[in-house]
Ligand binder design. Structure first.
Ligand code: C2E
Ligand code: CA
Ligand code: CA
Length: 893
């Protein structure tokens, strides 16, 4: 009621008449605000303030008793038969004057009340004894306070009232003695009446100080001035009225007319002000309401927690406070359900609700129809409503249901009007109705916002968080420096399921995985689906516990997935990274953690283990990153070259061709192995540049040999990506034409898994290449899907047995059997069979005995630079000159 700004409580200071109740009001308002979360200055100790106020009250009461005794001794008291009537008359007049007090808002939040108690006081001073006026005023004042349920500060207020009357009589009689008058002259009565409000206001200002409410000196002085002005007006009206009534015939009628006119003016004025104030309040409420929906915070626990944060932000409390202030209610209760929740939140402004005041399921307020405001009072209501009022501890209740369509979103209740005798009026009902309409719209908007927000931060398929949602959830613990671990989970084989069974099935697998993830961790742990079958979890714990959590996730997500009548086997690759970085002052952000956890996943070599990130992994990652970013430059700078490894015919011992193998001589890292940089470049989408570089170099080489009269073919390794590029065949055509090389001298080596990754896209491209006359070879045969049936359908000419089988041939019968069956299978399909990784004589002999066609390996030669290859060819071959077309190089080993 008396808030003048955020955190500042300006007490409502009495103006115009002895209104000692007001400082107490101010104290209560301040107390209420403090409960509502608007804290008083932090140094303020409420208990100490309360003690101070009690001491001050005692002091006032003691002084008041002393003054009453002194004044009664000083001024003689005569009891006559008229005394009773005078007491009753004055009592009625004081009570009426109190009741007619008008609250006028000076500006929003600061009001002052004008009452007319100086009028009966003036008359009392003239016609009655001190004790009579004192009794009448005390009874009327205390009765008023009790009626307004402000009995808490009664001793203070009674003391102030007694002091006012003492001051009035003392001043009036001193003036009378100064003027040496017999009766009390009007000037004495006037000054006496004026001294009463001056006294009470002075005491009120001390109260403000005792209660330690911030108030500027200028404001205090302004209040003082107003009190004197209004007191002056009231006292003059009282004196003039008295003089007119006593000296003019039928003067009371004239006074009656003037009083009625003045009262009408007052009411009109206050009505006008009130309307303006109501409009102001309405716009305040709309603003507050629209602001309340703007905070976006996702907390792990979901929407409930999210609300708690906003709740703490105090918007709703401020809103309830504003409504309470505007209605001058003792208490305002907002109850509302947020974002489709079942339970209602309750916000109370003003006096706390009694323990019985909670909303019960059978509460009649919940069954109100429509969405208009209603007023109930204990005297007029039926039994059920009376009981509801009693439970809330109120006499009078304004209530409006908040609805969206037919759904009940909440309730606003205003309890008991304070500050005035009269209860809630029509305009209050209207006002609360309008405020409720705004609030209902806002709650509705909020619900919409919440849905949008939820969608923006969640993955629709699994209901888990999405990447932005995950980042949000991580922000708070990371900013607080709590130990946080990000666990990443990748479902292996997911892309296979996509390819083999289609996306609908793959989606079902993801949904199951998401559910399992939640089951393992419980709903309160933030879990996200980042993309495809890649998940992330935020665990609030130390490294050790994180490992446990990661292990549990791995175990749970590696259980086969039942989808319809199939069971899909999948293993979960789980890696994690902790925000606690050794020897580093830098705080990890969520992207960094996700990346590190990803690096840990990539470092997994055995699907049965989980890996925690260690900095050495980061270095590998950094290095890979550098390789990818530097690759194009490296091509231009000549750091990348092509080496050639000869392939020989096992039967004829002649060199048939070479395999082109890329080499990178990095200025910083030295020789970088293709197994390291090729996959990275492939993943970064740069493989096209590498392939055309190698293809070009190989064709240049073949062309040179052709010019020298040698027919040596070159094999170029292809990546999966090249097989997904529809333009690739035309690039090959252009290259062959440019170097004028016949297509049969070019071989492309592709891995089984490369073809199998996306056979629908790869097959047409392979057919096109095959139709060009280029030789196609399946590399690393035996390691991937080993889909022999597929091999039949592929347009290939050659299989290369993977070197791992060739290495093992001499010692492992199993490997020997594999090699033999591949040779046989290849021949039965009419393919040339190549063995790579031939390192020993034994292997070469075995292969030869099996009928394998071509051998490649360190036994024959390591991959050689162009120059050394030339030397190798010259040293180890006899050149049959002159046989241009079919020059044969015979191996001399
Ligand atoms: P790959 O296609 O299987 O190449 C054969 C690899 O086996 C080569 O390793 C070669 O040096 C090695 N090798 C050959 N004979 C022997 C042997 O007797 N013993 C042993 N221990 N190793 C032998 P390199 O050159 O390191 O290449 C590794 C992989 O990098 C290649 O495997 C290939 O997949 C890839 N790669 C190399 N160059 C290119 C390229 O230009 N394009 C693409 N897409 N991939 C390439
Ligand atoms: Ca190869
Ligand atoms: Ca190979």
């Amino acid at each position: 009621m008396a808030r003048s700004g955020p955190g500042q409580i300006a007490p409502e200071v009495p103006v115009g008449s002895p209104r000692p109740a007001e400082p107490a009001d101010a104290a209560e308002a301040a107390g209420g605000a403090a409960e509502a979360g608007r804290a008083l200055p932090p140094s303020l100790d409420n208990a100490a303030v309360e003690r101070g106020f009690r001491f001050y009250t005692t002091l006032i009461c003691v002084v008041a008793v002393a003054c009453v005794v002194a004044v009664s001794v000083w001024l003689p008291f005569e009891f006559t038969s008229a005394t009773i009537w005078i007491v009753l008359g004055l009592l009625a007049a004081f009570a009426f004057a109190e009741r007619c007090a008008i609250n006028i808002d000076v500006r929003s939040g600061v009001s002052w009340s004008i009452s007319f108690t100086e009028v009966p006081l003036v008359i009392g001073l003239v016609v009655a004894d001190f004790e009579v006026v004192l009794v009448a005023h005390l009874i009327a004042g205390v009765g008023t306070l009790a009626g307004r349920k402000l009995s808490g500060r009664l001793p203070y207020n009674a003391g102030v009232m007694a002091l006012e009357i003492c001051a009035a009589f003392a001043v009036a009689h001193m003036v009378k003695e100064l003027l040496a008058a017999g009766d009390i002259p009007w000037i004495a009565a006037f000054l006496g009446a004026l001294s009463a409000p001056t006294t009470s206001t002075f005491l009120a200002l001390i109260t403000v100080w005792v209660l330690r409410k911030p108030m500027q000196l200028a404001t205090g002085l302004r209040f003082m001035a107003r009190v004197i002005v209004v007191g002056f007006v009231n006292a003059s009206v009282g004196v003039s009225g008295y003089l007119v009534i006593t000296h003019v015939e039928h003067g009371w009628a004239l006074i009656g007319v003037v009083a009625a006119a003045l009262a009408a003016l007052y009411w009109a004025y206050s009505g006008l002000l009130r309307e303006q104030r109501d409009l102001e309040a309405l716009s305040d409420v709309s603003l507050m309401v629209s602001r309340s929906g703007k905070q976006v915070t996702v907390r792990p626990g979901g929407d409930g927690d999210e609300f708690e944060r906003e709740f703490a932000a105090g918007d709703w409390i401020a809103l309830a406070e504003r409504i309470k202030d505007q209605l001058a209610a003792r208490r305002v209760v907002l109850r509302f359900r947020l974002d489709g929740a079942d339970s209602m939140h309750t916000v109370v402004a003003g006096e706390p609700l009694p323990s019985s005041g909670g909303l019960r399921p059978g509460d009649p307020m919940l069954r109100l129809h429509g969405s208009h405001a209603r007023r109930f009072s204990s005297t007029e209501a039926g039994a059920e409503v009376s009981e509801a009022l009693r439970l809330r501890g109120v006499e009078e209740l304004l209530v409006v249901p908040l609805r969206s369509g037919s759904q009940l979103l909440g309730l606003i209740e205003a309890h008991d009007r304070r500050s005035r005798w009269r209860g809630f009026g029509k305009s209050d009902v209207q006002l609360i109705g309008m405020m409720a309409a705004h609030l209902a719209t806002a709650l509705d908007n909020r619900r919409l916002m919440a849905t949008l927000r939820h969608d923006a931060y969640h993955d629709p398929l699994t209901g888990l968080l999405n990447r932005p949602g995950f980042a949000q959830a991580a922000r708070v613990p990371l900013a607080a420096g709590e130990p946080t671990v990000v666990v990443r989970v990748e479902l292996d084989e997911f892309s296979t399921v996509c390819d083999a069974l289609g996306y609908a099935w793959a989606d079902r697998m993801v949904v199951i995985a998401g559910r399992r993830l939640r089951d393992v961790l419980g709903g309160s742990v933030p879990a996200a689906r980042l993309e495809g079958a890649s998940f992330a979890v935020l665990v609030n714990c130390e490294q050790g516990e994180a490992r446990d959590a990661a292990e549990r996730i791995r175990a749970e997500l590696s259980v086969p997935y039942p989808i319809d009548r199939l069971t899909v086997e999948a293993s979960a690759l789980v890696g994690y990274a902790s925000s606690e970085v050794e020897d580093s002052a830098t705080r990890m952000d969520i992207d960094g953690l996700l990346q590190r956890a990803d690096v840990a996943v990539r470092a997994i070599t055995n699907a049965d283990e989980v890996r925690g990130y260690v900095p050495s992994m980061g270095q590998i990652f950094m290095r890979r990153f550098q390789l990818v970013t530097q690759f194009r430059q490296a091509l231009e700078a000549g750091q990348v070259s092509v080496h050639y490894q000869p392939k020989i015919s096992l039967e004829r011992k002649t060199v048939l061709g070479v395999e082109a193998l890329v080499r990178w001589n990095h200025p910083e890292f030295g020789k970088v192995h293709p197994d390291e940089f090729v996959p990275a470049i492939e993943a970064a989408g740069l493989i096209g540049a590498l392939t055309s570089f190698v293809l070009d170099a190989a064709l240049v080489r073949v062309r040179k040999w052709l010019d020298e009269g040698l027919r040596i073919s070159a094999a170029v390794n292809l990546s999966v990506r090249s097989l997904a590029d529809a333009d690739f065949p035309s690039q090959v055509v252009a290259a062959l034409r440019h170097h004028n090389v016949p297509p049969e001298l070019l071989t492309f080596e592709l891995t089984e898994s490369g073809v199998m990754a996306d056979p629908e896209r790869a097959l047409p491209i392979l057919r096109e290449l095959h139709n060009l006359g280029v030789v196609l070879a399946v590399d690393d045969f035996g390691t991937g899907y080993s889909s022999l049936a597929y091999l039949r359908q592929l347009p290939v000419d050659e299989v290369k047995i993977d070197k791992s089988f060739v290495f093992g041939m001499g010692t492992d019968l199993g490997d020997l059997a594999v090699v033999r069956s591949i040779v046989e299978l290849g021949h039965s399909l009419g393919l040339t069979v190549v063995a790579e990784g031939v390192e020993e004589d034994l292997a070469r002999d075995q292969l030869e005995a099996m009928g394998c066609d071509v051998a490649q390996g360190y036994l024959i030669s390591r991959p050689l630079s162009e120059k050394r290859l030339e030397a190798w060819l010259q040293a180890r071959t006899a050149r049959a000159m002159g046989r241009k077309a079919e020059t044969v190089l015979t191996l001399l080993t």
